[in-house]
Design a protein around this ligand. Structure first.
Ligand SMILES: NC(=O)c1ccc[n+]([C@@H]2O[C@H](COP(=O)([O-])OP(=O)(O)OC[C@H]3O[C@@H](n4cnc5c(N)ncnc54)[C@H](O)[C@@H]3O)[C@@H](O)[C@H]2O)c1
Ligand SMILES: [Zn+2]
Length: 397
């Protein structure tokens, strides 16, 4: 036997720009990005816009067209922006990926051209998959338009769609060419979607950054009222912590068995699925964080005061920490949410690896979960929820 072996090193740059009014012709961030590599050449782009965003901001499509027209010397809009359904439904079939592939083919988007996706995390995941697989990868610029996508999903290196009833079953690791976070895009978001992203900030602060956690506690009331400066700070720090992790963890493409930034996610992904995606990703993450925080405390890893701080912060930000889907059972009366553990393991393969807390700002990994203890944590969340509901009834009586 013989073997030829070489090591291949590929360096990626990950850039997240923070700006306002990205499609104002006076804003040169997108123009600079698309033409940066070859200023003498016209940069061609296919733009895909989230349908709910296009409805909520009716002037947006015209603004995008006007932006490209104003910079026609350097930019070429391949066709009228595609308007594609956003939200989880966009990830639940292959249809839209194929639709984008067909536009990439028809309008000759090559590997020096760009696919810009403007929308929520679900749309970005779906378009990211289409861009990563056409011609084995065309340049992809993400313009996230939800809090969650600006602070977490849109700034990472993963894309995907759901299949076989499992989240992100079909997907790739493909760092985007760049990400442009335009804070004004969030103006038309529903309060529910503005809030949902806060859960990812609590997640990353809980496992990585006690100071950021304290800032979130301090800003909770302002965040609840959607104070722009408080939201911008949350997004900036949360995105920075995610980028730090991707750049320095040593495993950006998750080849091992650990997903450290997926604290609280084993149950969250299952809850999203059990609710038929009526529970938003961020809302499910808030419940998942609460569950694994109580579990961390009951397993003796986390002191009761710190656990209560996590639960209180989530509640102060306006999250419900219980959903009836936690109690859905199979024909043998087993809790369906527990299947999330095995599905979580199987997504990466290898050993089950769950992140727990042993202090605010400090996550660590375990390879086993005690099921009776998980069930006790679910019971506690149900009791806490009932207690809060009783208090609200008493207060309004
Ligand atoms: N790739 C990753 O690393 C990663 C990480 C975390 C989450 N995710 C994925 O992200 C998705 C959740 O993303 P999300 O929380 O952004 O929700 P979302 O994409 O489902 O968007 C929520 C809703 O808001 C609409 N919308 C988006 N922007 C809007 C705007 N500015 N104004 C009005 N409406 C707007 C969307 O059409 C949708 O109906 C999930 O599929 C989750 O699995 C991916
Ligand atoms: Zn998440």
């Amino acid at each position: 036997m013989s073997v030829i072996q070489r090591s291949i090193q590929v360096a990626y740059g990950l850039r997240v720009y923070f700006t306002q009014a990205a499609f104002d012709p006076a804003n040169l961030v997108i123009k600079g990005l698309l033409t940066g590599n070859a200023p003498a050449r016209t940069a061609k782009a296919l733009v895909v816009v989230d349908e709910s965003l296009a409805q909520a901001q009716p002037a947006l499509i015209r603004q995008i067209e006007a932006y490209f027209a104003a910079h026609a010397d350097a930019l070429n809009l391949a066709c009228t922006p595609m308007i594609v359904e956003g939200g989880e439904r966009t990830k639940n079939s292959y249809f839209h990926v194929s639709e984008i592939h067909s536009h990439i083919d028809r309008y000759h988007i090559d590997r020096h051209a760009y696919v810009l996706a403007v929308g929520g995390g679900a749309l970005l995941d779906m378009v990211g998959l289409a861009a990563a697989t056409a011609h084995r990868g065309v340049r992809h610029v993400r313009i996230p338009t939800t809090t969650l996508a600006q602070c977490d999903s849109g700034v990472g290196v993963k894309n995907g769609i759901n299949a076989f009833g499992k989240k992100n079953f079909i997907g790739t690791f493909a760092p985007p060419f760049a990400v442009v976070n335009d804070f004004q895009m969030l103006a038309s978001l529903s309060p529910r979607d503005k809030r949902a992203g806060y859960a990812e900030a609590v997640k990353v602060a809980s496992i990585r950054d006690a100071e950021f956690f304290a800032e979130l506690e301090r800003d909770a009331a302002r965040l609840c009222e959607f104070d722009p400066a408080a939201i911008q700070h949350l997004i900036h720090r949360c995105a920075e912590l995610h980028l730090d992790h991707i750049a320095t963890s040593g495993d950006p493409f998750e080849t091992g068995s650990a997903r450290p930034l997926d604290f609280g996610h084993w149950s969250a992904h299952k809850l999203e699925q059990l609710s038929e995606y009526k529970i938003r990703h961020g809302e499910a993450v808030a419940i998942g964080l609460a569950l694994d925080t109580i579990y961390s405390r009951d397993a003796g890893h986390l002191d009761a005061g710190s656990a209560e701080r996590v639960l209180k912060l989530l509640e102060a930000l306006g999250f419900e920490l219980f959903a009836s889907e936690l109690l859905h059972t199979d024909s043998e009366n087993g809790l369906l949410v527990l299947e999330g553990l095995e599905e979580f393991r199987e997504h990466l393969g290898g050993e089950l690896t769950i992140t727990l807390l042993n202090a605010i700002g400090h996550g660590f990994e375990v390879h086993e979960m005690n099921l009776p203890r998980v069930i006790r944590a679910i019971d506690e969340l149900r009791e806490r929820h009932r207690g809060r509901a009783r208090k609200i009834v008493r207060a309004s009586a």
